[in-house]
Design a protein. Structure first.
Length: 114
């Protein structure tokens, strides 16, 4: 089993920054890809960013240049640094880990006020 625990969400004004963290535990290896998805009210869940065990990254076009995904394999932790946040970035952000299945965290709320 895999457990994912997100933290770092909150309320921020437009233009501000937040850093999300996700700590993984259980039957995992440092090579497992991890990522972040988000779901805004009334919208489908969408990809934000992913990172492989080797550090290769992939971003949604809407966040390129503003968000940065990173990981510390020794801590089994993935981060999402979010800069220049805008109200449309308001959503619940979910951490994922891909192993024998795709595992999801409980989500952390990010609210950006205008």
């Amino acid at each position: 089993q895999v457990q994912l625990a997100e933290s770092g969400g909150g309320l921020v004004q437009a233009g501000g920054s937040l850093r999300l963290s996700c700590a993984a535990s259980g039957s995992i290896f440092s090579i497992n890809p991890m990522g972040w998805y988000r779901q805004a009210p009334g919208k489908q869940r969408e990809l934000v960013a992913t990172i492989t065990g080797g550090g290769r990254t992939n971003y949604a076009d809407s966040v390129k240049g503003r968000f940065t995904i990173s990981r510390v394999n020794a801590k089994n932790t993935v981060y999402l640094q979010m800069n220049s946040l805008q109200p449309e970035n308001t959503a619940v952000y979910y951490c994922t880990l891909t192993a024998s299945a795709i595992y999801w965290g409980q989500g952390t709320q990010v609210t950006v006020s205008s």
